[in-house]
Design a binder for this molecule. Structure first.
Ligand SMILES: NC(=O)c1ccc[n+]([C@@H]2O[C@H](COP(=O)([O-])OP(=O)(O)OC[C@H]3O[C@@H](n4cnc5c(N)ncnc54)[C@H](O)[C@@H]3O)[C@@H](O)[C@H]2O)c1
Length: 380
């Protein structure tokens, strides 16, 4: 690990405080900025708690939590927060108008050569970059929640991002012990959400068509697709607000990315946001982390073919459109979704002809959304 760079994290919420922690742990000097002092203070308390927990497990470098904390400077004023920054990592709420406003202020306040890195999950990098005077020094850097534990970071250049900006960003990401994948084009959902978000909706459609129980679909996803948990469980764990918002933003960019199922929007509208609100697709008893009962027996009662076909079709779309290649997609799926089997292994077990004919059958019944990508056959 090579630390020692000066960076600023904007936003000390769920993602920002975690990113500040991993960067300070890696030896970088971090200014953590939020709009109110109490928010930054609460973030520092969370970071200290997390560092103490990691130290107890022997996972903090020499110097311990105290030394890591000494590398994090809390700040509320934007000017002082960014005046020495080599990189600014932005983790403010996922609202385009707010991001634009933040970048306008930041562009005026930050050193001219500072790189701006947005942790957006779904907003267009190129468009945000265009609202600054430095689109060549603007990049997407998509950490996963929680940043302290999740190894994957997607790095996404916008249309005008320079090679040097991408190189520096990857170096910094790796310095923090993370593994990066390059999403070569600024496409809706980047790599992981391009696979994950459509699959949540497809699971709703497929369950309805098959008249299956939710636990049957989830068991098949877990035991026959190599997921660490079911897809409904994963959506509940991620938060249905996050899933719903990502769906909307991805569809704003391209209507054909997701075939939305009304259940996701309905649950969101009812405030059933998943684990954190005590209920989403499933109901939870109030415990922090509660697993649904899934089994190999239940997995036999639902054929996950439509889900396998859908996820592979999206992988093919990413390859056909020059956003990624199969080894990088497999890496992203393994580290970002926790898959134990590769997508290719799962598709091969299902059978090439069956995957293709499933998509053709679905396209005939439900429209063009399901048409096989022209590059899919070559990937199977
Ligand atoms: N939560 C996730 O699972 C997740 C995962 C990956 C990426 N993201 C992305 O990370 C970004 C942040 O999401 P989050 O979940 O951490 O949100 P959050 O609401 O938990 O935190 C955002 C923080 O930004 C602060 N803020 C608002 N305006 C600001 C400004 N002008 N300057 C500095 N701080 C400001 C808010 O006060 C808040 O503390 C979003 O773009 C989101 O899409 C979220």
């Amino acid at each position: 690990m090579e630390g020692g760079r000066r960076m600023t994290v904007l936003g000390s919420g769920i993602m920002g405080h975690g990113i500040a922690q991993v960067m300070a742990t890696a030896g970088h000097e971090v200014v953590l900025r939020d709009i109110r002092r109490d928010l930054v203070d609460a973030a520092l308390t969370k970071i200290k708690w997390s560092l103490d927990k990691m130290a107890a497990k022997g996972r903090i470098p020499e110097g311990g939590p105290g030394e890591v904390m000494s590398r994090i400077t809390p700040e509320v004023e934007l000017g002082p927060a960014v005046k020495d920054a080599e990189m600014v990592i932005e983790a403010v709420p996922e609202v385009m108008d707010l991001k634009r406003k933040v970048y306008a202020e930041l562009d005026a306040a930050a050193p001219k050569d500072a790189v701006f890195a947005s942790n957006t999950s779904t907003l267009p990098i190129t468009e945000m970059a265009a609202s600054t005077s430095r689109p060549e020094r603007f990049v997407g850097v998509h950490f996963f929640n929680p940043p302290q534990l999740m190894k994957l970071v997607e790095v996404i250049p916008g249309e005008r991002t320079s090679g040097e900006t991408v190189r520096l960003t990857r170096e910094i990401v790796r310095s923090a012990g993370k593994q990066d994948v390059l999403c070569r084009k600024d496409v809706p959902g980047f790599i992981v959400n391009r696979l994950f978000i459509p699959m949540v909706h497809e699971a709703c459609h497929a369950r309805e068509r098959a008249g299956a129980a939710r636990e049957e679909v989830d068991s098949a996803v877990k035991f026959r697709m190599g997921f660490p948990m079911g897809i409904f469980e994963l959506a509940d764990f991620t938060g249905l607000d996050v899933v719903h918002k990502a769906t909307e933003e991805m569809r704003k960019r391209d209507r054909g990315v997701v075939r939305p199922h009304p259940e996701v929007g309905r649950l969101f509208g009812e405030g059933r946001l998943g684990q954190k609100s005590g209920g989403g697709f499933y109901r939870y008893g109030g415990g922090n982390y509660e697993r649904v009962d899934l089994s190999e027996g239940l997995a036999e009662r639902f054929d996950p073919l439509p889900l396998i076909a859908g996820v592979m079709n999206n992988a093919a779309w990413l390859v056909t459109n020059g956003a990624s290649d199969m080894p990088e997609i497999e890496k992203a799926a393994r580290l970002g979704l926790g898959l134990r089997a590769t997508l290719s292994e799962t598709a091969a077990a299902a059978g090439k002809a069956r995957v293709l004919s499933e998509l053709e059958r679905l396209a005939a019944a439900h429209g063009r959304f399901y048409e096989p990508d022209p590059g899919l056959a070559a990937l199977l």
